[in-house]
Design a protein around this ligand. Structure first.
Ligand SMILES: NC(=O)c1ccc[n+]([C@@H]2O[C@H](COP(=O)([O-])OP(=O)(O)OC[C@H]3O[C@@H](n4cnc5c(N)ncnc54)[C@H](OP(=O)(O)O)[C@@H]3O)[C@@H](O)[C@H]2O)c1
Length: 253
């Protein structure tokens, strides 16, 4: 029987690579993002290339009513979702005090509240069925002191690591994916160029997701693709935050 994956942010970057690779594995898909036209275009491409069923669910994850529609889809008993990929996200270019509190709150809504509410909606039915999985897309920034974005991603790591151990005995796999700088629209949307970090630091979204799915198959709790970011995550546990904070401008200029 075909499995279904719900992917947030599947129209660009890392989420698009997840949608393509999951479709190639035969998953039917539910695609969630704001831009409906782009969602329909992505859905048509996936149906044509992989012959899978694709539903589009336009939603702004900062909007509680929209979020509730996505939660309701995850809770539908008749059309179970086997894998939830909480991927949608964005960053803010400016430092904390140069952003409005509303802009900061919108970022927190997408990076944290949506991850919490969608995980809550998915975990109940998955645990009841004794099978399913969640991939929460965090960031290597979670290990570093880089403002509220890092703080939000640190919440994702802490929550997902806990959930991985809590729900594994009930048949549910929860994995945290921590990408480093990845060539997507993320930095363009922040109006930040690729020259803001050295070339060797930039990852390709397709290979990142291939590694992530291989780690998910192995039941890993964390996936940190590429050796340079594994080293950064390990070193960050040893170096004091006051020293690490000196490097917080990398990738933001
Ligand atoms: N790229 C990197 O260097 C990098 C590094 C570490 C972690 N990450 C994380 O990876 C994830 C994916 O980022 P990406 O680089 O692939 O970004 P991206 O290329 O900018 O794609 C973002 C996706 O999220 C959707 N989205 C944005 N805001 C949304 C909202 N309010 N409601 C619903 N959907 C929304 C976008 O579609 P719409 O605009 O149509 O809504 C789009 O499909 C994020 O969680 C990000 O924090 C990225």
């Amino acid at each position: 029987m075909s499995r279904t994956a719900l992917v947030t942010g599947p129209t660009a970057g890392i989420g698009h690579a997840f949608a393509q690779q999951l479709a190639a594995r035969g998953y039917a898909l539910v695609l969630v993002a704001r831009d409906e036209e782009r969602l329909e275009k992505t859905a048509a491409e996936l149906r044509a290339s992989h012959g899978v069923e694709v539903e589009v669910l336009p939603a702004d994850l900062t909007d509680r009513a929209d979020l509730a529609r996505v939660e309701a889809r995850l809770a539908e008993e008749a059309r179970p979702v086997d894998l939830l990929v909480n991927n949608a996200g964005f960053g803010l270019k400016e430092r904390f005090l140069d952003n409005s509190a509303d802009a900061e709150t919108a970022m927190l809504d997408v990076l944290v509240t949506a991850v919490l509410r969608l995980s809550h909606a998915a975990l109940g039915p998955m645990a009841a069925r004794g099978q399913g999985g969640i991939i929460n897309v965090s960031s290597v920034a979670a290990f570093l002191p880089r403002g509220t974005y890092s703080a939000a991603k640190a919440w994702v790591n802490s929550f997902s690591e806990w959930a991985a151990h809590e729900y594994r005995p009930r048949g549910v796999t929860v994995m945290t994916l921590c990408p480093g700088f990845t060539k997507t629209e993320f930095h363009e949307r922040m109006d930040v160029g690729r020259d803001s970090a050295p070339a060797f630091m930039w990852l390709d979204a397709d290979s990142l997701v291939a590694t992530a799915l291989a780690d998910y198959d192995k039941g890993r709790v964390y996936s940190i693709p590429s050796p340079q970011y594994k080293a950064i995550a390990a070193a960050a546990r040893l170096v004091p935050n006051s020293l690490l904070q000196r490097f917080q401008s990398i990738g933001r200029k």
